[in-house]
Design a protein around this ligand. Structure first.
Ligand code: NAP
Length: 320
């Protein structure tokens, strides 16, 4: 089968399409014909050699994909050959024509959800759910600022928060991005490239400040986030690309919390519940992943350039 292999860390050009051996399917494993692959920023950080948790070389990148089961290992229950599924964190990497997954990393794909949309679920939607509800403890009636709402995680946050009864404020850096955030259900949309755009928050929140912030670029925004939080407010740090100086007094003034999160830290027992909630929202239509640019598997390098560029619009997909 064909897969992207990384032989050395570096720029997008190290993503090379190669012929790799088909792996044997072990007990409790599922082998999947991949129809669409989700591209996440973390895959670009890892490929560049700049990430905390690094794979051994050579490796195949990727954690999100959707497709059909073509083989089932001994002991697998609840799945059958031919079934449409999506995955999170496959064993050998998702940038491939086929992939091997542990059974617990495979989830049924509802009939009304396309393979491309299925490839947008594993990391972005699960992260959005964990950020809003697990770490952020969002409550209906609260307000949430989704700081970076036009990308894979942001769109998911907007849809989840809107369906749960929050007042949703989303930001994007382009006109198209802001239109998308509005269409996905945000009540208020701000431009994070404009001067003083957060001065709108007191007016929107009746002077109280915002209860919850889901932050996609903490190294740029964290200090200003703290300044627009309500008393007892929470900032959940989802994305960060560097360092920032903050004044801790802003947390004291409000009894505010800064809460980090990484999807890999979700307690394993909580993962099925997150995907059950996503499934319900997908089936009944409140959740509908938005697909942006599509690339062939051989164009993975272009997809990595795109995922690190500004001007996000939904989810970037690779098609094998
Ligand atoms: P993405 O699709 O590339 O979207 C990036 C988002 O960040 C876009 O909405 C972009 O808006 C926004 N952004 C750019 N500049 C910003 C600024 N100054 N202030 C606020 N937002 C800004 O990426 P993604 O998949 O949604 O992931 C978002 C971040 O979360 C990435 O850093 C990713 O690595 C991280 N992440 C973390 C976890 C975790 O477990 N902690 C899981 C998934 C993702 P414009 O392009 O419109 O400017």
């Amino acid at each position: 089968m064909k897969a992207i292999r990384v032989e050395q860390f570096g720029g997008p050009e190290v993503l090379q399409l190669s012929e790799v051996e088909t792996p044997p399917v072990g007990p409790n494993q599922v082998f999947i014909q991949v129809r669409a692959i989700g591209v996440n920023p973390v895959e670009a950080y890892i490929r560049s050699g700049n990430y905390g948790n690094m794979p051994q070389l050579p490796y195949t990148p990727g954690s999100d994909a959707a497709g059909e089961i073509i083989e089932i290992g001994e002991g697998v229950t609840g799945f059958q050959v031919g079934q449409r599924v999506y995955t999170w964190n496959p064993r050998g990497g998702a940038y491939a024509e086929q992939m091997l997954c542990d059974q617990q990393a495979v989830f049924a794909l509802p009939d009304n959800v396309s393979f491309e949309q299925g490839a947008a679920l594993g990391v972005p939607y699960a992260t959005a759910h964990r950020a809003l509800f697990g770490r952020g403890q969002a409550q209906p009636g609260e307000s949430v600022l989704i700081h970076g709402a036009s990308g894979g995680v942001g769109v998911a946050c907007v849809q989840l928060a809107r369906a749960f009864g929050l007042t949703v404020i989303g930001t994007a850096g382009t006109e198209e991005g802001r239109r998308l955030v509005n269409e996905q259900g945000a009540h208020h949309v701000l431009d994070h490239t404009a001067d003083n755009y957060l001065t709108a928050i007191p007016e929107i929140t009746g002077g109280h400040g915002v209860h919850l912030i889901i932050e996609m670029l903490a190294n740029v925004n964290l200090q200003r986030d703290l300044e627009v939080l309500a008393n007892y407010g929470r900032v959940v740090v989802v994305g960060n690309r560097g360092e920032i100086t903050i004044n801790p007094r802003e947390t004291m003034k409000r009894d505010a919390d800064i809460r980090g999160m990484t999807l890999f830290n979700v307690p394993p027992a909580e993962i099925p519940g997150i995907h059950a909630a996503l499934r319900a929202g997908l089936e009944e239509g409140t959740l509908h992943p938005v697909i942006g640019r599509r690339f062939s598997l051989a164009e993975a390098a272009l997809a990595h350039e795109e995922v690190m560029a500004s001007g996000s619009w939904g989810k970037i997909i690779l098609l094998p």
